[in-house]
Design a protein around this ligand. Structure first.
Ligand SMILES: [Mg+2]
Length: 141
């Protein structure tokens, strides 16, 4: 009897943290008044594509969220930490979340759900951010 190989199914469709973060960022652009961009944190070596010269890149402080932005018309800073399926908030990320919130910004921790297609996680966290914005505007949050 030939053994039937059990096909491993990945509900997230193999989407990794960076893919999830990119999808989420592009969807968040649809929220009226919100401008978002990618935020790299920490120090790293980068090579200039045109000159080939290597240089040190000093990114945002350690723990800063993957996605950052600004909400119009209030000018509220918005930070979203996108995490892969096995992701967990690191202590420096928690400190950053507190810092942003204490400064009056909005912070959202958005981990990918391991039992759902990545797009479902994206839709869920977009709604969560819309809710957070609505609460802030109502003066609840
Ligand atoms: Mg992350």
């Amino acid at each position: 009897m030939p053994r039937i190989k059990q096909k491993k199914t990945d509900p997230t469709n193999g989407v990794k943290e960076s893919g999830f973060s990119n999808r989420l960022r592009s969807v968040l652009w649809k929220i009226p008044g919100l401008t978002v961009w990618r935020q790299n944190s920490g120090k790293m070596m980068v090579r200039d594509e045109e000159t080939g010269i290597k240089r040190r890149f000093d990114g945002a402080p350690k723990g800063a969220a993957d996605i950052t932005g600004i909400l119009a018309p209030e000018g509220i800073r918005v930070e979203i930490e996108a995490n892969g399926k096995r992701g967990k908030m690191r202590p420096e990320q928690i400190q950053w979340a507190v810092r942003i919130q204490n400064a009056g910004g909005l912070y959202l921790y958005a981990p990918m759900f391991k039992d759902r297609h990545a797009n479902e996680s994206v839709s869920y966290w977009k709604m969560a951010l819309e809710d957070l914005i609505a609460q802030r505007r109502k003066g609840v949050e």
